[in-house]
Design a protein around this ligand. Structure first.
Ligand code: C5J
Length: 239
């Protein structure tokens, strides 16, 4: 490894060619420059007490539990100078990008655009919409503001990945069965080789997380692979 600042390092061809994973080893691309970490919606409103998730009666500690592992994975990507992409689920203040069906859905006391103790719910730029401080994006990292559950719908993500030459995605964040799974399915349909990092994703419903992990990697990895952060970091740090 050279001692150049990470952004100026050339990544050699991967020394290890795969990450131990299920349903079988995840093949790495020829160059780690083709690999990106995607962190879905680690927003205060989903993770912190008095946020939107809490107001809906969910146990936010389920989501907070993944933060230490995700921090380690993020640190590994940063130390290797690899691409990191964060997403935030949010809408414009006038809600012009929010379909009426999404606005009306559910029986929640608080709806999108209503004011809570952390500002207007799921509105871009509001305090509750921010990514939690432990995972705050660095200035050189990409932040995708997404109005849907999937990170590709109505966003520049596909164009950014294409421009950067990305072929492989490690997917993390919340919630597993909603925005994370939708994004992984969208990415898989677009030809990306996707791996869900099991202990870096969470749901308010642990049984939904487990079911999602199993269905994504079923049938020979019909949507992709799963592995732990430790399995990923060990291989990347050897490369
Ligand atoms: C939800 C998300 N659950 N990020 N958003 O509404 O999964």
């Amino acid at each position: 490894m050279t001692h150049l600042p990470t952004q100026f390092q050339d990544h050699p061809l991967s020394a290890a060619s795969s990450i131990p994973a299920l349903p079988y080893d995840y093949p790495l691309p020829d160059s780690l420059d083709q690999l990106a970490l995607v962190i879905i919606d680690m927003q205060r409103d989903f993770l912190e007490p008095e946020g939107f998730g809490d107001a809906l009666g969910n146990d936010v500690t389920q989501l907070q539990a993944i933060v230490p592992q995700l921090e380690k994975l993020l640190h590994t990507f940063r130390s290797l100078g690899l691409l990191v992409i964060h997403t935030q689920e949010c809408h414009q203040p006038d809600l012009s990008d929010c379909p009426p069906s999404k606005l009306k859905r559910g029986n929640a006391k608080l709806k999108i655009g209503d004011t809570s103790s952390m500002g207007r719910i799921l509105i871009c730029g509001e305090p509750g919409n921010a990514i939690i401080s432990a995972l705050a994006p660095l200035a050189n990292e990409i932040v995708i503001l997404k109005p849907g559950k999937g990170a590709f719908y109505n966003t520049p993500l596909a164009a950014i990945l294409q421009k950067q030459g990305i072929t492989h995605l490690l997917i993390t964040g919340v919630t597993t069965e909603v925005c994370v799974q939708t994004t992984m399915r969208e990415a898989n349909d677009r030809g990306y080789e996707c791996l869900l990092v099991e202990d870096c994703t969470a749901s308010y419903f642990p049984e939904f997380k487990q079911a999602t992990i199993e269905m994504l990697r079923a049938q020979g990895g019909i949507i992709g692979w799963t592995a732990t952060a430790e399995q990923v970091c060990q291989v990347l740090l050897q490369s």
